[in-house]
Design a protein around this ligand. Structure first.
Ligand code: DHE
Length: 490
């Protein structure tokens, strides 16, 4: 019966009469992407999940499939009109609001190794504190790299579309990764194996791990929740509906661990509030709500985690004093500063923060005492990431949102002049730098399907090595992340 229905849909659709997209979905997509479009073997197909895919890119996948995945193309089977309609339908919300309740979260949890069942020392000889995790987005894999030998020691499949920085436990043994589809994976780097996974939401921004290693908080956009998990076995502790003082609910912009405050800080996208959720002491887990005059789409903490430098997509930035619970200064920023990629260093005895800009070829440098912009460094074009290390005099900036997306510029942190550049592969996107533990080498992602991690000598800017990778995006050094290096994100 199902066969005949599906055959009928296929014949009619390929004959040029556009078919009802809901029935096409049921007959052609549901088996892999779930009857509810929440994802199964394939990723979720909800408007939130498809936000990042351009219309022509979505149609291309529907027509031609995705190489090296189970996703087949339907161009031979379904006509253009049907595929157009299907693409449009996938971008509309399902009839009822998608729900992902506590019971769904709990039921999704998979334990691969119970706590206490794996060896308490690394199963390899490489220095565990100088490992890198490289997220390869091509076919969704993660490579573990020995940061001394600059060689891969392991590679494993990840959930679909990991995004945001993986977060390490303080001792560097465990790493927690979030996928855009809401999956949280806990990986044991010493034993090179997955420990547990849970689906905390249907569409997730990022996650944070508490400094004491006890808690993981996940910030979601669908449903609009913050989810608190026990870090040990990823069991669910609590779900916070993200609802503001006026009853309006909000997507989460991002959640971070503010270690010196022993608290998670969540910025919200749709309501002008910041939530501080303490994880130690008498008021543990009860959010303290700080009202703002504008929402925060993107933000940066100073090294003490007392101040947030935040920006909304529509307006200039603001500085929020978390102790005082209010805005203390405006930031003179234009374009779309990517504060989340900001870094700090000391220049002329004063701490400065620098942020790339997603809309302008400029790096803004801000004095962390006066909050004034002390310089705007012109670059090749709008870029995503800025990186440095305590042991190098340079900061590296990409221009991946511009025609010069193949080149990274190297900026002297004292003179603020561009003093060099690298172009790993002309015409091909290169971005996101992370340094080895000692700051001697800079690793750059050549973000292409047949891409690479290109290793540069951080002093001479000469290429040292090229490690082939499948569309590598971010890479994360255990030491730099766990010691909260001021040259990288935390
Ligand atoms: Fe990201 C981190 C938001 C698009 C690659 N990105 C983050 C974080 C946030 C964020 C809030 C910090 C999370 C953390 O570390 O816990 N990113 C956003 C956006 O709002 C934006 C512009 C639109 C969106 O689709 O969500 C966006 N990001 C992208 C991309 O298109 C990138 C280049 C490719 C991809 O994989 O999606 C991308 N984002 C990254 C990377 C990090 C990241 C590699 C981690 C940087 C780090 O070194 O810590």
């Amino acid at each position: 019966m199902i066969f005949w229905a599906s055959l009928f849909v296929s014949l009619a659709a390929s004959a040029g009469t556009p078919m009802d997209p809901a029935s096409v979905y049921r007959s052609h997509c549901a088996a892999c992407h779930g009857a509810d479009r929440f994802g199964a073997m394939g990723p979720a197909l909800l408007p939130e999940s498809l936000e990042r895919l351009r219309p022509d890119a979505l149609l291309d996948v529907l027509r031609n499939g995705r190489p090296a995945t189970q996703m087949q193309g339907f161009a031979g089977e379904l006509g253009d009109a049907t595929l157009d309609q299907l693409a449009g339908w996938l971008r509309t919300a399902p009839a009822g609001t998608p729900r992902w309740e506590q019971a769904d979260i709990r039921a999704s949890r998979v334990i691969y190794h119970a706590p206490g069942t794996l060896a308490d020392r690394p199963v390899f000889s490489a220095d565990p504190s100088n490992l890198f995790l490289v997220v390869e987005s091509g076919t969704h894999h993660v490579t573990v790299l020995d940061g001394d030998k600059l060689e891969p020691i392991h590679r494993f499949r990840s959930r679909f579309a990991l995004h945001g920085g993986p977060k390490f436990s303080r001792d560097g043994r465990y790493v927690f990764m979030a996928s855009r589809d809401g999956w949280v994976s806990k990986y044991d780097l010493w034993n090179l194996t997955l420990v547990a996974e849970i689906r905390a939401g249907l569409n997730t921004r990022n996650l944070a791990v508490s400094d004491d290693g006890e808690w993981v908080t996940v910030g979601n956009t669908l449903p609009q929740t913050l989810v608190l998990l026990r870090a040990g076995d990823l069991s669910l502790e609590r779900v916070y509906p993200v609802t503001g003082a006026d009853g309006k609910s909000s997507r989460v912009s991002a959640v971070y661990d503010a270690a010196p405050r022993r608290a998670f800080i969540a910025a919200l996208r749709d309501i002008p509030e910041v939530w501080e959720i303490p994880y130690a002491g008498k008021t543990a887990f009860t959010p303290r709500v700080i009202g703002l005059t504008d929402v925060l789409d993107d933000f940066f903490f100073d090294q003490s985690y007392r101040h947030i430098l935040g920006a909304s997509r529509s307006a200039a930035g603001q500085v929020i004093d978390l102790d005082a619970g209010r805005k203390v200064a405006d930031l003179a920023l234009t374009g779309m500063p990517h504060l989340g990629s900001g870094i700090t260093w000391v220049r002329d005895g004063r701490e400065v923060m620098a942020s790339p800009n997603l809309k302008q070829g400029a790096i803004s440098v801000i004095d962390m005492q006066t909050w004034k912009t002390v310089a705007t460094i012109p670059t090749n074009g709008p870029g995503f990431f800025l990186r440095s290390h305590e042991a190098t005099p340079y900061a590296w900036a990409d221009a991946m949102m511009s025609p010069k997306r193949d080149t990274l510029q190297v900026i002297d942190k004292q003179t603020l002049a561009v003093v060099g550049s690298v172009t790993p592969s002309p015409g091909r996107t290169a971005a996101h730098v992370e340094f080895t533990r000692d700051g001697r080498y800079a690793l750059v992602s050549l973000m292409e399907a047949d891409g690479a991690i290109v290793v540069y000598d951080a002093e001479t800017l000469k290429e040292v090595k090229r490690l082939p990778m499948d569309k590598p995006i971010g890479k994360y050094n255990v030491f730099n992340k766990t010691t909260r290096s001021s040259g990288t994100s935390h």
